[in-house]
Design a protein around this ligand. Sequence first.
Ligand code: SF4
Length: 325
Amino acid sequence: MKSGARVEAGGPADLRGALLAWYGKNRRDLPWRNSRDPYRVWVSEIMLQQTRVAVVIPRYEKFLNKFRSVEKLASARVASVLAEWSGLGYYRRARNLHAAAKMIARAGKFPKDAEGWRELPGIGRYTAAAISSIAFNEAVAVLDGNVERVLRRLLGRSLSSAESWKVAQEMLDHARPGDFNQAMMELGATICVPGQPLCTECPIQRFCRTRGCGKAGASKPRQLKRQIEFVLATDDGCVRLVRRSTDASLMPGMWELPSCEAVGSTDEVLFSVRHSITVTDFNVRVIAGKGIPACGGTWVKTSRLSGLPLTGLAKKILRKARIIL
Ligand code: SF4
């Protein structure tokens, strides 16, 4: 290791050995860790980009059961990919996944290295390195928020993004790059956590310059709270829905319930749900549609809902109202 990445005790090989041994015994049993198939690795990395592990777990196998291969995904309609993605948020990922699947299917093979993966839509430096190191054993390091935090604490100083990438690459185990990358991320997610790290359980504590005493912990961004209202109108086996603009930056082309800006105090509140999008927590009031002035949208048969790309919030409301399962 260079770049000032010398550690307190032992050498880089000892650190790699300690981290990999810990990972072998303690790694979480996650469904995407049972395979090195590039398609499965790629889908998991895209789902995990902005969605929590607990949310991804039940959706991962379901998605792969529906789209069993990259060719199946490539030949699917974008609406059915979006419908399967519903609830995972950040729908641009699903559109990019679909577009990239078409490119891979046309080429007849997966890219063979991180550089090739980066040419596909929706794949940046981190994702390309993660896929290529796990699926193809390419010796390229990953750097996400978790790894960055571990490196800062380990070295006891702040690092620019370029330095972090360099140190991560120098620290990488070239014999087992995929496992090493996952071990670093696992350490950051479960032991070297934001706030107070669990240093007494850390496998690389003896190499660490801060051991929980540094100022390197990243605090969770503050959650903002907002109240919003949606109208639930049903009639004769239909529900009123609105399609979001295909140019919308969030969830383009997805279907949701109509929202009304001015809801009076006399309107009937059916129920409330909580919903989070990035750093904002929403308290969502669902208002009975009767008597509310037209809020736009169109009547959609409830029997069609399962094939429609609904936003996660729309699904949550329709489930609570027992309109869908
Ligand atoms: Fe993080 Fe503590 Fe381990 Fe250092 S000893 S890497 S601060 S968990």
